[in-house]
Structure formats: C-alpha cells, structure tokens
Ligand binder design. Structure first.
Ligand code: PLP
Length: 234
C-alpha cells in the first residue's frame, strides 16, 4: 500500500503548487480522500499516511465500511457523504456520517434532521448546486437554493456549512472555470449572511487546479489516490 502514500504526497504537492500559483495558503484547502468502492485496507493506508477526511457515495456500502473501521479503533476519521441521496437512505446516512455534502432537496434535509441520533450531535451539511446546464442527476438549481436554506435553518440538528459542486465532465477547462466562478460568486454572497458557512467543496482529480483558482476550500480526490474505480454491475 506504499503506492497510496506516494499518491497522496503527489496530490498534496499539486495542491501546494496550485495554491502558490493562485496566491493562496495551502492550509486553507482540505484534501477529501474519496474512497467509494475501495476496500477498508486502502482507507487504512491513507489514514496511516496522515489523512483523516474520507468521502463515500453509496450509503449501504459506506455504513458497513465505517462500522468496521470504527470497530478496529479508527474513531477520528471525518466521514463525508458525497453521493446522490435516495430518500430511503437518509437514516443510514444520518447515523454514520459527520458531514453530508449532497443535500439538494428540502425533504432530504428534513429527513436527515429527524433521523440524526441525538447522541451524535450536530450534522454538518452542504447544499449541492448543479452549476452546469447539463442534465445531471443530482444537485439543485440556483433558484432552489433559498428554499433549501430555509428548511435547513429550521432543522435544529443540522448546520449549514457551504456548497458543493461537480464540474462538467468535459475537456473544456474554460467551461469548468466559468462554472466554478459562478458557484464561488454565490458562495461569497451566502458566506456574508450565514455564520459557519465556510466550505466550498469544488474540484476532483481532473479539475483540481481550476477549483483552487476559484477559492475551493476542499478538493475531493478519488482516482489520483486510490486508482480507477471498478464497478461490479456496470
Ligand atoms: C467519485 C467522486 C469524486 C472523486 O472523483 P475522482 O475523479 O475519482 O477524483 C469526487 N466527488 C464526487 C461527488 C464523486 O462522486
């Protein structure tokens, strides 16, 4: 698993390089290790390389992984849910995660709040905004943000922390850049209004640098750390 440690060093170097290029402090950019579909041993390898933030997209698979790792003593991992949320999975997510980045409907916020076990305390949430015109499965439109914010404000166990965005799947970096600029503009507006609103989750393996250019505070990296994903049933 030395390979994973090497990959992490490479990603951290890229973050640092991009931060320097765009006059940012690299300490203001969190690396989220996206371990979806990857085995527990790979999470442990990244953990041993110093990583504590992990992202998962499939509620059932992730909950098992999280429980197994906790039972082995890995209790200080911060687990981020970043996948599309089906209504019937909100309970599992509320019971296992520390932060949910993919809230895109008011009903999902309400269910996460109602199903969050009291002893786990506050659940941090980001609103996932669909910034492209492309038909994406998840993410709310810009027009829908305010009604979701209103719902989250009513939820005593949820704390609104920021926005998450996924760049277009394209080679056209200028297009991604303009989308990220749009989301950053919105982020600045909401940051002025809401206390604790300070996470802009932007950037994956292929668009990390453009995300950092656009003030991302968290990059979500899977492939560059754990290698390509294999899906059994696809
Ligand atoms: C899978 C996934 C990632 C990681 O993407 P890579 O291209 O493998 O770095 C990041 N964000 C979300 C929301 C994902 O689903």
């Amino acid at each position: 698993m030395d390979k994973i440690s090497q990959n992490i060093q490479n990603v951290l170097a890229k973050i640092k390089e991009a931060a320097e290029k765009y006059k940012r402090d690299p300490a203001t950019i969190t690396l989220l290790n996206v371990s979806k579909t990857k085995p527990e041993q790979m999470v442990i390898a990244a953990y041993q390389a110093g990583q504590r933030h992990f992202g998962e997209s499939y509620a059932v698979e992730a909950s098992e992984k999280i429980e197994n790792l906790k039972s082995q003593g890995y209790n200080d991992i911060i687990w981020h849910f970043i996948g599309p949320i089906q209504k019937n999975k909100t309970k599992l997510i509320a019971e296992h995660f520390d932060i949910v980045e993919s809230v895109d409907r008011a009903i999902v916020a309400k269910r996460l709040n109602d199903q969050r076990p009291e002893h786990l305390g506050i659940l941090d949430v980001l609103i996932q905004v669909n910034i492209s015109d492309e038909e994406q499965k998840s993410g709310c439109s810009i027009d829908e943000i305010d009604s979701i914010v209103d719902e989250i404000q009513k939820c005593s166990k949820l704390r609104l922390r920021g926005f998450m965005g996924i760049g277009l799947d394209t080679e056209d970096m200028q297009l991604i850049d303009s989308e990220f600029q749009k989301l950053h503009g919105l982020f600045v507006k909401y940051k002025e209004k809401f206390k604790d609103f300070n996470i802009l989750s932007l950037g994956m393996t292929n668009d990390l640098e453009i995300a950092i250019k656009n003030e991302s505070t968290q990059v979500r990296i899977g492939t560059a750390i754990f290698g390509a994903r294999e899906y059994k049933n696809k």
